[in-house]
Design a protein around this ligand. Structure first.
Ligand code: IPM
Ligand code: MG
Length: 347
């Protein structure tokens, strides 16, 4: 089983290194690693954020463990050369359309949440985010209006097949949990969302055992803070899912804690922390590696058929937190390596 390691930019290499140490310590038979540059690091080395060799490795690998991309040095490059295009390109090229972002609060972190502990401890949900469509991948550009003003545009669209396949992932995910699916859209304003809602309702006929509800995205943002415990599984589009998952992470303690899986139709996946490259703290040993370590656990569970070992990692993270492991984002002073050490010790 070949794992492609794509550390990327900023804190990416630091957090990937800790996940690698955890995987090495588990000595899983047959697991091999190959590393390749991606994002701003790849652009600086070879002129492209997603070099062909990196894409080939990602296609060849059984699973991909990804750090983060984003580099302020690259912010004025043409869009197709920016670091973010690497992750968008991988998602599209590998048809990784289903993004699972679990948001659960480790009970040890109830005080780290932006919410009151009694509200925060109720969080136990998964955001299922569509990843191959929406305004992210529509026609976009800059143009000049008739009266000479600059105008930027990005077209939002979903076709029914795209909605149906992610809706099914949402229903399946809910079925394996508490059986409640909330579809988030903006059907009161957007045609894209009206189609989304219609198709989700049609798909519900295949899953009569799952309880389906609908919520407008603005209300969902409010409800996530007011009463996050009401959600089991949220299914939503690419843009709304991007925003709501960052918000859910803060309700669950810290953005440094949330892992994610991006899956194709055959459970091949790319696994990454939901946080970005955090250039402001890069290279200082301040990053929390737990989201990446938990992403490695998701990788073992979903793509490599190693659920038991995944459980061990999850438990080791919980133990490390119970023993007081806290990086800066969790209100502590431990370095990235010390956080990795704490997980290794618990293993
Ligand atoms: C995420 C990130 C990406 C996104 C960026 C880096 C392109 O914010 O994975 O949530 O917008 O999808
Ligand atoms: Mg995001």
């Amino acid at each position: 089983m070949l794992i492609a390691l794509l550390p990327g930019d900023g804190i990416g290499p630091e957090v990937i290194a800790e996940a690698r140490r955890v995987l090495d310590a588990l000595a899983i038979p047959g697991l091999t690693f190959e590393e390749a540059p991606v994002g701003g690091a790849a652009y600086k080395a070879s002129g492209h954020p997603l070099p062909q060799a990196t894409l080939d490795l990602a296609k060849r690998a059984d699973a991909i463990l990804f750090g983060a991309v984003g580099d302020p040095d690259c912010d004025s490059l043409e869009r197709h050369l920016r670091p973010e295009q690497a992750i968008l390109g991988l998602r599209k090229e590998l048809s990784l359309f289903a993004n699972l972002r679990p948001a659960t609060l480790f009970k040890e972190l109830a005080d780290a949440s932006a919410l009151r502990p009694e509200v925060a401890t109720q969080i136990d949900m998964v955001i299922v985010r569509e990843l191959n469509g929406d305004v992210y991948f529509g026609e976009k550009g800059m143009r000049t209006t008739k009266d000479g003003k600059r105008e930027g545009y990005d077209v939002m669209s979903y076709n029914e097949d795209e909605v149906r396949r992610i809706a099914r992932v949402g229903f399946e995910t809910a079925r394996a949990r508490r059986g409640k699916l909330c579809s988030v859209d903006k059907a009161n304003v957007l045609e894209t969302s009206q189609l989304w809602r219609d198709v989700v309702i049609e798909t519900h006929a295949e899953y009569p055992d799952v309880e389906l509800s609908h919520m407008y995205v603005d209300n969902a943002a409010m409800q996530l803070v007011r009463n996050p415990g009401q959600f089991d599984v949220i299914v939503t589009g690419n843009l709304f899912g991007d925003i709501l998952s960052d918000q859910a992470s803060m309700c669950a303690g810290s953005i440094g804690m949330l892992p994610s899986a991006s899956l194709d139709a055959n459970q091949k996946g790319l696994y990454e922390p939901i946080h970005g490259s955090a250039p402001d703290i890069a290279g200082q040993g301040k990053a929390n590696p737990l989201a990446t370590i938990l992403s490695a656990a998701m990788m073992l569970r979903y793509s490599l058929g190693q659920a038991e070992i995944a459980d061990k990692i999850d438990a080791a993270v919980a133990t490390a937190l119970a023993n007081g492991a806290r990086s800066a984002d969790l209100g502590g002073t431990m370095t990235t390596t010390q956080m990795g050490d704490a997980v290794l010790a618990a293993l």
